[in-house]
Write a protein of this length. Structure first.
Length: 197
C-alpha cells in the first residue's frame, strides 16, 4: 500500500502541490492526468521516494520500481547489464524477463544500437524483474507510434496483473489511462489538488 498525506510541496517560494491524500493498494492502478506543468512528475518523484523535500508524510513499500519519460539506460552497459546492475537480479532472471518483453537475442547490444521502442521495453523489463510491490510510471510510453504503444500497453497490463504492484501512472494519453487505470484522478489548480475523475 502507498499512502501519501501531503500538506504542501514548494519549489523555493512557489507552492506547486497543495494538500492531498492518496492511497493505492497492491493490484490497483491510479491513473493521474493533468495539464503540462500541473505537477505530475513532482508528485511521482515524491511517491517514488526520490524527493523528500515536502511537508507531509509518505508510507510506501520497500521494493519500488519506476519507469520515466525517457528510458534512462546506461549507454556504456549492455542491455543485459542495464537490467542486472540496477536491480541486483541474476543473469538468468534478466534474460527470462528480456525474452518476455520481446528482446530475446538483444541482450548483448548497447543502448545506442536499439530503437526507442526497444529501449522502453528494457526499462519495463528492469522495472518488473524484481517483482516490485510498488511501481511508478511517468509517461512511460511517450513518443511512440500507436502500434508500438498498443503492444507495450498489452505487455504492461499483463505484467501488472501477474505481479500486482501498487501502481501510479501519470499520462497525457487518454487511451493509456483508460486501458491501465483502475481508478483515475486529475491534478488541477496551483497549487495543484488531486480531484477524483
Ligand atoms: N526543480 C524544480 N525547480 C523549480 N520548479 C520546478 C522544478 N521542477 C518542476 N518545477 C515546476 O513545478 C511545476 C510542476 O512541474 P512537473 O514537472 O511536476 O509538471 P508535469 O505535470 O509533470 O508536467 P509535464 O506534463 O509537462 O511533464 C512546473 O511549474 C515546473 O516548472
Amino acid at each position: 500500500m502507498i499512502t501519501l498525506d501531503l500538506v504542501e510541496k514548494r519549489f523555493g517560494a512557489v507552492p506547486v502541490l497543495g494538500p492531498m491524500r492518496l492511497c493505492v493498494a497492491r493490484g490497483e492502478v491510479l491513473g493521474i492526468s493533468g495539464a503540462s506543468g500541473a505537477g505530475k512528475s513532482t508528485l511521482l518523484r515524491i511517491l517514488a521516494g526520490l524527493d523528500g523535500r515536502f511537508e507531509g508524510e509518505l508510507s510506501a513499500p520497500g521494493r519500488r520500481a519506476m519507469v520515466f519519460q525517457s528510458p534512462t539506460l546506461m549507454p556504456w552497459r549492455t542491455v543485459l547489464d542495464n537490467v542486472t546492475i540496477p536491480t541486483g537480479v541474476s543473469e538468468a532472471s534478466a534474460r527470462e524477463m528480456l525474452a518476455r518483453v520481446g528482446l530475446g537475442g538483444l541482450e548483448g547490444r548497447w543502448p545506442g544500437q536499439i530503437s526507442l521502442g526497444q529501449a522502453r521495453r528494457v526499462a519495463i523489463a528492469r522495472a518488473f524483474v524484481g517483482a516490485p510491490e510498488m511501481l511508478i510510471l511517468d509517461e512511460p510510453f511517450a513518443s511512440l507510434d500507436a502500434e508500438r504503444i498498443e503492444d507495450l500497453l498489452a505487455l504492461t497490463a499483463e505484467l501488472i496483473a501477474e505481479i500486482r504492484p501498487a501502481v501510479v501512472l501519470a499520462s497525457h494519453a487518454e487511451a493509456e489511462l483508460a486501458r491501465l487505470a483502475t481508478r483515475r484522478a486529475r491534478l488541477e489548480g496551483r497549487p495543484a489538488r488531486l480531484v477524483a475523475h
